[in-house]
Design a protein around this ligand. Structure first.
Ligand SMILES: Cc1ncc(COP(=O)(O)O)c(C=O)c1O
Length: 386
């Protein structure tokens, strides 16, 4: 019998409370019952986003939320700045180019963080830049960027700051208002603990002013339509178009779990998961690709050891031991594998994953000391669960 453990950075494991909520008979979305639930969800989203701004929701994957930011903040010909250090940073550049924006792209090596001072210098050199697009948790490398420093570098400039926090929201802290992040995009299938299919976008006053002037073509992703849905007469709040009702019901349950745990505990748990994972990987003699620091609390990226084929390792882990990991993307495809621990994860998941990793490496002929990784992880957990 194989018991499955989904250890990818999206989709992620879903709590049974959420699965049960989503199994309830569907309700209609133009009713007081739905609006009451949606109002609670919106309040709880503000709590997780750490913002007083409205958080808009769309029935799309996370990329839809990113695209909505590009088309609502900018008009064709506008100049924007992208800071990219991985696959998802590059997505901002690709989106900007698809909509005919003039895009300056600060590119950093995969595995490196973006440099907040570099962003500040680019803005000083070109005060006409409309928006700065960055990735909070770069899922392709395991790097979490310093959003506080990036916020400080952009503050005082006319540009708005937009963060792709699709894998970071709910696993690596982002204080939206305190750190002056104008637009934050999140996705449903990561630390928000529901299946794929929803994107969430918080919008500051400064960003609304741009949205009211933007001339890019848009329809479904028009933020003004979404805002109207939040404030129109009864039943309200609602969405302009049919929402993903069952996902919203699941989100309500997931956000209650987050409220119950509290943001402080939630971030502390993710930091410990990252620490344990990194300690285990190092104890097995493997090399980390993501930085060895507490900021890397969403994903642990590991270099595939010499002589091992990444595809064989991950297939063996999945098919024999039930543990699904993610591979590398772009230029690091085949060179790294990634362990996702954003969302519904605790120490048991890490112990199982490391056990499977040890067994799989051994089976593929890579020298490992059985139990070395688990012992290292256990030491971290022993200190933190006390
Ligand atoms: C940081 C980041 N940005 C963007 C995306 C794209 O999201 P989606 O695949 O939901 O469109 C992902 C998904 O893995 C992500 O982790």
């Amino acid at each position: 019998m194989i018991k499955k453990f989904l250890m990818t950075p999206g989709p992620t494991q879903i709590p049974p409370q959420v699965l049960l909520a989503m199994a309830r008979p569907i309700i209609h979305h133009r009713t007081a019952e739905y609006s009451e639930l949606f109002a609670r969800v919106n309040d709880n989203l503000k709590y997780v986003f750490q913002t007083k701004n409205e958080v808009l929701s769309f029935a799309s994957s996370g990329t839809g939320g990113m695209e909505s930011a590009v088309v609502n903040l900018c008009s064709p010909g506008d100049r924007v700045l992208v800071a990219a250090a991985g696959k998802f940073g590059e997505r901002w550049r690709d989106l900007a180019q698809a909509y005919g924006l003039g895009c300056e792209c600060l590119e950093y090596e995969y595995g490196q963080p973006v440099d907040p001072a570099g962003i500040g210098r680019s803005l000083d050199a070109d005060p006409g830049i409309r928006a700065v697009f960055v990735t909070h948790s770069e899922t392709s490398t395991g790097v979490v960027n310093d959003m506080q420093a990036i916020g400080a570098a952009v503050a005082g400039h006319p540009a708005v700051l937009v963060s792709d926090s699709i894998s970071g929201m709910g696993s690596a802290e982002i204080r939206t208002d305190e750190w002056s992040v104008d637009v934050v995009v999140a996705g449903s299938q990561k630390a928000l603990m529901i299946p794929p299919g929803m994107a969430f976008v918080s919008v500051s006053e400064k960003a609304w002013a741009l949205a009211e002037r933007s001339k890019s073509p848009k329809f479904y992703f028009d933020w003004l339509k979404a805002r109207k849905g939040l404030s129109q007469p009864q039943p309200q709040p609602t969405t302009a178009f049919t929402p993903a009702v069952s996902l919203v019901v699941g989100l309500d349950a997931a956000l209650s779990l987050i409220r119950e745990e509290g943001l402080e505990n939630l971030f502390a748990r993710h930091i410990v998961l990252g620490r344990a994972c990194r300690a285990a990987v190092k104890a097995l003699g493997l090399e980390l690709f993501s930085p060895d620091g507490d900021r890397s609390s969403s994903v642990t990226a590991v270099r595939v050891p010499e002589g091992i084929e990444d595809g064989r390792l991950r297939t063996l882990m999945r098919d024999k031991f039930g543990v699904q990991l993610a591979g590398g993307q772009g230029p690091v495809k085949g060179r790294i594998f990634r362990i996702g621990h954003c969302g519904y994860y605790n120490y048991t998941d890490i112990i199982v994953t490391i056990t499977a990793l040890e067994l799989a490496l051994k089976e593929l002929g890579h020298p490992v000391e059985p139990g070395a990784g688990i012992a290292a992880a256990e030491k971290i957990f022993a200190g933190s669960l006390a």
